[in-house]
Design a protein around this ligand. Structure first.
Ligand code: GDP
Length: 450
């Protein structure tokens, strides 16, 4: 089950329960069982799921539910808190400081995306003004150095490695020493992810760590490994002092539940997620916005940050004004479709909203989605030509005229109007939005999630 589906299943379970006339123990249990099933299908470790169920039962007071309090909110809040707790080990990881040398060692199985992630991590920090460098201490896999070299060259990041030397410890130490002399403030050591025997792999990792004394060891995990995540993460943690986790391949068909298991196994936070093969498909991971998005509550702080980051200054007031009016017209829908097709800056902003592009333009199905949006736009053109584009005034004969005018079927027109309704609902949640200045985002996010 991919993450978006997990969020959907949880939200549906909560909705179903809050629709029930009497919320008794059975209704609550049904709801929790439904959520348990969804989490297990997403590869969250069984023990974690069972603990979560027990905790929610302890927190949620059935008397409160019976007394007519907002049931949906109470349960949703309890689940939100439990999911956050699962993903938050309670202590932050070491964060490198600009201008002060830090050594960060990457570990993980071959194929997990470790080498790619090393470069993404370096590139991310380079863009923020750091002076990173990459060291390839993987002498086991032929081609490992070439891959790192290629990635590093593309990102213009200095690198170190050897085709001749077979001792990974020696290379790691040489590389770290060299870049310390060159005043690099973030020295990243990529290690081997495979060996003839597992014992040898872990022993090598331990030796590299001992020799380079990393300030932080990052465990890289492929999000699609499933239930094996917990054991794998724990095995790494037992050999080296893992301090943070990066989960890769969260795009596509990833089962995200492994991330929760890895946090539990390593007692370390997820700090970034990989969302594609490209260098910049890499996101900072924040627990609360992530869980909000997962539960369809919207990532408001990320959304507002994105507006400030990517929408040109002179267009910000107009967009925020439209949002705060909460009135979603066909004109706005048309404009947003244009933006989504271009995936210009505003398109990126809307991809942050639950349901806006995740459902309209799911990753991996871009071609079909584009064709769908273009189809919608042709029908909307035909509506506007009719002179009256208020979808609320739609009746059978108008729908038929639009279908004829655009050369589409009545069913297509109905589908487009349904989409309009769905998006209008999302948009209307922003009605009354107070336009915050930069730096006031977290307050806004609290208000919107409340
Ligand atoms: P390593 O053996 O652990 O060093 O793994 P690599 O860095 O060679 O990555 C293995 C494959 O996974 C490569 O084809 C990468 O392009 C791909 N990959 C890495 N991270 C991501 C990601 O976040 N999303 C996707 N879709 N592919 C990724």
């Amino acid at each position: 089950m991919v993450l978006a589906e997990l969020g959907g299943s949880i939200s549906r379970a909560i909705q179903q329960m809050s629709n029930a006339t009497i919320i008794d123990e059975k209704a609550l249990n049904d709801c929790l069982n439904e959520i348990t099933r969804a989490l297990l299908q997403s590869d969250v470790q069984f023990k974690l799921v069972r603990d979560m169920q027990t905790n929610i039962k302890k927190i949620v007071n059935l008397d409160d539910l019976a007394a007519g309090h907002n049931k949906r909110k109470i349960i949703q809040q309890a689940i939100f808190n439990e999911l956050c707790k699962m993903l938050d080990p309670g202590k932050p990881s070491f964060t490198p400081k600009k201008g002060k040398t830090s050594v960060v060692m990457f570990v993980g199985l071959q194929g997990s995306g470790k080498t790619t992630t090393c470069t993404k991590y370096a590139y991310y920090h380079q863009k923020k003004g750091w002076k990173p460098a990459l060291v390839c201490a993987d002498t086991f896999r032929a081609g490992a150095f070439d891959q790192l070299k290629q990635n590093a060259t593309k990102a213009k990041i200095p690198f170190y490695g050897s085709y001749m030397e077979s001792d990974p410890v020696k290379i790691a130490v040489e590389g770290v020493d060299r870049f310390k002399k060159e005043n690099c403030d973030l020295i990243i050591v990529d290690t081997s992810g495979r060996h003839k025997q597992e014992v040898a792999l872990f022993e090598e990792m331990r030796q590299v760590a001992e020799a380079t004394k990393p300030d932080l060891v990052i465990f890289v995990m492929d999000s699609s490994i499933g239930q094996a995540a917990f054991d794998q993460a724990q095995a790494f943690k037992q050999s080296v002092a893992v301090g943070a986790v990066i989960v890769t391949k969260m795009d596509g068909h990833a089962k995200g539940g492994g991330a929760l298991s890895a946090v539990a196994a390593t007692k370390s936070p997820v700090i970034f997620i990989g969302t594609g093969e490209h260098m910049d498909e890499f996101e900072v991971f924040d627990v609360k916005p992530f869980v909000s998005r997962l539960l369809g509550m919207g990532d408001w702080s990320g959304f507002m940050d994105k507006i400030h980051e990517v929408v040109p200054m002179d267009q910000q007031p107009e967009l925020l004004q439209k949002l705060s009016e909460g009135n979603f017209t066909l004109r706005i829908m048309y404009e947003q479709f244009q933006n989504l097709l271009k995936m210009g800056p505003i398109g990126q902003v809307f991809s942050m909203l639950p349901g806006f592009s995740s459902e309209l333009m799911p990753k991996g199905r871009e071609k079909e989605s584009q064709a769908k949006i273009k189809r919608y736009m042709t029908m909307m053109d035909s509506m506007t030509n009719e002179g009256n584009s208020n979808p609320k005034l739609m009746n059978e004969s108008r729908i038929m005229r639009i279908a004829r005018g655009s050369g589409r079927s009545v069913r297509d027109v109905m589908e487009m109007l349904e989409e309009y309704k769905r998006l209008a609902k999302i948009w209307s949640k922003m009605k009354g939005l107070k336009i915050p200045k930069k730096g006031e985002m977290s307050a806004l996010s609290r208000n919107m999630n409340a």
